[in-house]
Write a protein that binds this ligand. Structure first.
Ligand SMILES: Nc1ncnc2c1ncn2[C@@H]1O[C@H](COP(=O)(O)OP(=O)(O)OP(=O)(O)O)[C@@H](O)[C@H]1O
Ligand SMILES: [Mg+2]
Length: 389
């Protein structure tokens, strides 16, 4: 079985949307798929799938020994697709204990299916990373915004760091040194991973040999979502370069996805977009991602070096960004030609968007002025209530 965990670092970038729609497309292609909501504390996949009245799920399974795993794997309206809901309303589930985590991981690995798609929570905590590392080729979703890109980078870094801490044996010299070098979170953030690994190698070459072997096959796959413009796609190259030079990790690009207004309408209709409007640019982008996944999974071997060349995957994504943009503008032209959209409508839309942009600009200026004022009054922005924004 191929496991496809979907993580992101930053929240709200489209993990759940991708997970649900990808699972449906893969199931349509004839694969037996299980989609699992592992966003402990923020489970919402059932809503994207349009399922109501979902009760027992992962939360019930890990907190109640009487709940059988088989009972939380449900059939869906879609052929070949089963679903494991999250029921995050169970208090404390967000802090899954390690025993519970292992129990759940064992069951997920043992699923009788071709593909398991795992929708993970935001953030890069070890609990998220441990599910991300169920595959060496998990998907990281980002958007072109700087915050999302930084968080995507941290996601790769923390996954590697987690891989390192789980490879190092308890009580070994390497573990002692590792603990010493990463005593607090601030230190961890500053740590340059290749240096850390090199120092550990001096005291425990055998363990680090194992880590190097495991990390060599670690090749996360990127999806860049919510593009507005083909130029946005270029941002992925910077992320790729940072991962390559600072972490020694080669990302592969699985594809780009434009922001699509139809998504909101699809949510309102309680149907995933690939069902609601299969020919939408967004649906087509998900299909393309699914195709790439299926191409590589035919002779699925995590250690195979027949992976798509990283360079090619990035060039392909840029070309996709250009051609999807063309499709989007063709669509508007088509609407204009057929009279479904008049030039007046179009002007009206552009005008109202300009008004919106101006409003946002004013709000932004106002906020900036407030921050400057607060700073002048000696208010520490870094520790104040701004911090978690
Ligand atoms: N390409 C897109 N076009 C339009 N809307 C989108 C697109 N991708 C995501 N969205 C919307 O953005 C919002 C966030 O998406 P989603 O819930 O999938 O993100 P998430 O990463 O799972 O968030 P969380 O971290 O909170 O779990 C949703 O309202 C979704 O419909
Ligand atoms: Mg989500």
């Amino acid at each position: 079985m191929q496991i496809i965990p979907i993580a992101s670092g930053k929240g709200g970038v489209g993990k759940s949307l991708l997970a649900a729609n990808l699972a449906i497309v893969l199931a349509r292609a004839g694969r037996r798929v299980v989609l699992a909501d592992l966003d402990f504390g923020g489970a919402n996949l059932h809503l994207i799938l349009g399922m109501r009245g979902v009760t027992a799920g992962v939360g019930a399974f890990v907190t109640n020994p009487r709940v059988e795993f088989a009972s939380i794997v449900r059939d869906t309206d879609y052929e070949n697709l089963r679903f494991i809901p999250g029921d995050g309303e169970i208090p404390g589930i967000a802090n899954l204990g390690s025993g519970q985590k292992r129990k759940l991981q064992r069951r997920l690995r043992g699923l009788d299916a071709d593909i398991a798609v795992l929708d993970l929570g935001a953030g890069t905590s070890f609990n998220v990373m441990d599910f991300f590392l169920l595959s060496r080729r998990g998907i990281i979703v980002t958007t072109p915004t700087p915050t999302a890109l930084v968080n995507a980078y941290l996601c790769v870094k923390n996954a590697l760091y987690r891989l390192l801490t789980t490879t190092v044996k308890r009580g070994s010299d390497a573990e002692k040194l590792l603990k010493e070098m990463t005593r607090d979170t601030e230190q961890i953030q500053r740590v340059y991973l290749p240096d850390l690994v090199a120092r550990l190698e001096e005291v425990d070459p055998q363990t680090i040999g194992r880590y190097r072997e495991a990390s060599a096959s670690f090749r996360p796959r990127l999806v860049m979502n919510m593009l507005d413009d083909p130029k946005d796609a270029e941002r992925a190259s910077r992320l790729r370069r940072s991962c390559s030079s600072y972490l020694g990790v080669e990302l592969e690009h699985l594809g780009i996805v434009y922001r699509d207004e139809l998504q909101d309408i699809s949510l309102g209709s309680h149907l995933p977009i690939v069902v609601y409007k299969p020919d939408a640019v967004l649906s087509q982008a998900v299909e393309r991602i699914a195709d790439k996944i299926l191409e590589t999974s035919e002779d699925e071997d995590e250690n195979s070096d027949e992976w798509m060349d990283a360079e090619t995957s990035f060039a392909t994504a840029s070309a996709e960004a250009e051609s999807d943009f063309q499709v989007k503008s063709d669509y508007v032209n088509e609407l204009l030609r057929t009279g479904a959209l008049s030039h007046g409508d179009l002007l009206e839309t552009v005008k109202s968007q300009q008004i919106e942009i101006n409003q946002l600009r004013r709000q932004n200026d106002l906020l900036k002025a407030k921050i400057v004022k607060a700073a002048r009054m000696g208010f520490d922005v870094g520790t104040g209530p701004w911090r978690n924004r």
